[in-house]
Design a protein around this ligand. Structure first.
Ligand code: NCD
Ligand code: ZN
Length: 372
């Protein structure tokens, strides 16, 4: 047994499904899954039902999270085509603005240049008064985080450069995209990006085996795309799960074209990354930078005092569908042998997870940016 201590991890991309889809996940089940994965803070996406697109809905979501979460939660706002700027007055209470410029689960698709331009300009104008949190402003706003694939990547990079808006590109999956982001960074565009464990450890070659359990947006990419993410790891700021739970009945019961895309990931990220360390493909420092220090810097989240995760890096075990905290009870990585298991999680001096049990009570997590 060889136990090492890591800072509490941050997962900057999760879908906790409340309100509207609590049968998939809610603030309690989703944050319990976070603690089981060594994650002490999550950033929740706005494609709930209704979407988090107005100050009232952000306040409602914050009340739900405050009552139910067992780890810290930050909330994204998102634009809809009909409520374009409604969220702006609550911008400082969100972790950032999420814009979906490609099609996925939910109703938040923004697909005209006119509207994309308006959203970037509006966010930049909002920042004129308060500044950007990642640039040290105490009351500032977060980045614009985009779901952008293929040709939408240069479109977002151009708008970010035009307005000086910090841009974070979620779940990068292709060689073309990571190479372009790297080039943009080298030329000073204020861009950061994240990669998910499923895009690092699975490829389109796994689709025959996984079926709909391997269906998510962006889709699993080619082995050459996966190789490119590893080659350009220096340009990857974050590992984030895009934890997107749907029930197996929904995924397997529908025609493939109608099945909701997305896979859960909170409980499998750290063991998969530690297995890559075991295999000599990553260092512990790579994980700490991308799962703790960088997300805290990019989103402007102070590190909570007396908080850490103890992991047994030698322990070998098999990921399984049973025993998970996520309400949907499955993982695309079931059957995979991994090295490294979370033994204990401490948040603000309290043992919140130990020996496979979540010990924190609902409501003990904090809602970031809203509560101050
Ligand atoms: C996400 C979901 O289910 O909310 N699905 C997915 O495949 N990633 C939406 C998203 O993040 O694009
Ligand atoms: Zn997502």
């Amino acid at each position: 047994m060889s136990v090492i201590r890591l800072p509490g991890l941050v997962d900057a991309h999760v879908h906790l499904r409340e309100p509207g889809y609590e049968y998939k996940e809610d603030f309690t089940s989703g944050t319990r899954a976070a603690l089981a994965g060594g994650v002490v803070a999550v950033l929740d996406m706005p494609n709930s039902h209704p979407p988090t697109s107005t100050p009232e809905r952000l306040a409602d979501k914050a009340r739900r999270a405050a009552a139910k979460a067992v780890c810290d939660v930050g909330l994204f706002v998102g634009a809809t085509q009909t409520e374009q700027d409604a969220y702006l007055s609550a911008a400082t209470q969100a972790c950032g603005l999420k814009i979906y410029v490609n099609d996925t689960f939910g109703s938040l698709r923004i697909d005209t240049l006119a509207l994309m331009h308006r959203l970037f300009r509006g966010w930049a104008e909002q920042a004129e008064g308060v500044g950007y949190r990642m640039r040290g402003a105490a009351q500032g706003i977060g980045p614009i985080t985009v779901h952008a694939e293929e040709l939408m990547v240069p479109a977002c990079l151009a708008l970010s450069q035009l307005y000086g808006t910090p841009l974070h590109i979620a779940h990068v999956s292709r060689r073309s995209e990571i190479e372009l982001i790297r080039a943009a960074k080298e030329r000073g565009v204020p861009v950061s990006c994240e990669v998910t464990p499923h895009h690092l450890f699975l490829s389109s070659d796994d689709l025959p085996r996984l079926g709909v359990r391997g269906d998510m947006r962006p889709r699993l990419a080619t082995p050459d795309d996966v190789a490119a993410l590893w080659e350009h790891l220096e340009a990857v700021d974050l590992f984030a799960t895009d934890h997107a739970p749907h029930t197996l009945a929904e995924k397997e019961g529908a025609a493939l074209s109608a099945a909701p895309p997305g896979v859960p990931g909170l409980e499998t990220m750290l063991p998969l990354l530690l297995t890559a360390v075991h295999d000599g493909r990553l260092d512990i420092a790579d994980i700490v930078a991308r799962c703790a220090h960088n997300p805290r810097r990019i989103y402007g989240m102070p590190e909570p005092p007396e908080s850490w995760v103890d992991v047994d890096v030698d322990l070998s075990w098999e990921l399984a569908n049973s025993g998970l905290q996520t309400r949907v009870g499955w993982t695309p990585f079931a059957g995979q042998r991994v090295y490294g298991r979370v033994e204990q999680v401490v948040l603000r001096g309290q043992v919140v997870y130990a020996g496979g049990q979540v010990l924190a009570a609902p409501g003990s997590g904090r809602v970031l940016f809203v509560e101050g």
